[in-house]
Design a protein around this ligand. Structure first.
Ligand SMILES: Nc1ncnc2c1ncn2[C@@H]1O[C@H](COP(=O)(O)OP(=O)(O)OP(=O)(O)O)[C@@H](O)[C@H]1O
Ligand SMILES: [Mg+2]
Length: 257
């Protein structure tokens, strides 16, 4: 297993021995993973392999079974909801399928996490929505409804919602799904812009090989409920591991988990 980053760096997210069952299905089987500040990590692996379940543990959205998840050195397991909400503020999430509220305008969708946190000052909400929409290049679209937006615009609104509370890290679940290559490029540029211009740490779940090789500083490959391999893009290209070479060849649908 490779780790190209210095072991002296302090991880923002540190996961050790994480297990998760759903009934008889043993989905996470001892995941060990560190995510370092300021990097873009692509989390890859077979469909149904536990990538979304893993990221939900980073946000403490699932009940902990065994193992440890630490954010900035703070163990999540056993924290009160109040303490968790402070930790969750550090991590923005762009959920699989975008998940916008159809009955709400763009600005209402984007402001939602702030309103949930009890922020009611209209001027503050407006300026933060406007700042987030500027970053995703949707400034001026505040009053539009989700039904009036293209698929790519919806993803950008979802991204604006993920960054509205100024997180240190954003987890993206399949941000390229359903997008044409040009629109997927726009999302990739935004992901890298957030990393380079805003210092955000990115954790990107994706199957899109083109995007992976364009945005990843490090690729983390999950297999059999664990981190099977991790390394930089050139290390993945150079790998002779048959599971990794099959992944690069694009035949990622036929592994068993
Ligand atoms: N809340 C839940 N209750 C029961 N089973 C679940 C739940 N969430 C996930 N699972 C199961 O856990 C396994 C891993 O799911 P997960 O969504 O993490 O996969 P994934 O790697 O994200 O796949 P994909 O690439 O298709 O999104 C699947 O078998 C799924 O059915
Ligand atoms: Mg998933």
């Amino acid at each position: 297993m490779n780790n190209t980053l210095s072991p002296n760096l302090e991880p923002l997210i540190s996961i050790r021995g994480l297990h998760k069952h759903f009934g008889d299905a043993h989905v996470l089987r001892g995941v060990d993973l560190d995510i370092y500040r300021g990097e873009t990590v692509c989390l890859v692996g077979a469909s149904g392999g536990g990538k979304t379940v893993l990221v939900k543990h980073i946000l403490a959205l699932l009940e902990f079974e065994s193992g440890s998840v630490q954010i900035d050195g703070i163990e999540l397991s056993g924290l009160s909801e109040r303490a968790l909400s402070l930790i969750r503020k550090k991590i923005g999430m762009m959920f699989q399928n975008g998940a916008l509220f159809d009955s709400m305008s763009v600005e209402q969708n984007v402001a939602f996490p702030l309103i949930e946190r009890g922020i009611r000052d209209d001027a503050d909400l407006d300026s933060r929505v406007s700042e987030a929409l500027k970053i995703v290049r949707l400034h001026g679209k505040e009053k539009m409804m989700p039904s009036e937006l293209s698929g790519g615009m919806k993803k950008r609104v979802a991204l604006a919602r993920a960054i509205i509370d100024r997180p240190e890290c954003i987890c993206y679940d399949e941000p390229h799904a359903g997008l044409d290559p040009v629109t997927a490029d726009t999302i990739d540029k935004l992901i890298k812009c957030l990393q380079h211009d805003h210092g955000i740490t990115n954790v990107v779940i994706t199957h899109d090989l083109r995007s992976i090789f364009r945005i990843a500083d490090r690729i983390v490959f999950m297999y059999n409920g664990r981190v099977y391999w991790q390394g930089a893009c050139d290390e993945m290209h150079a790998s002779t591991d048959p599971i990794i070479t099959r992944f690069i060849a694009g035949s990622d649908g036929d592994w068993d988990n």
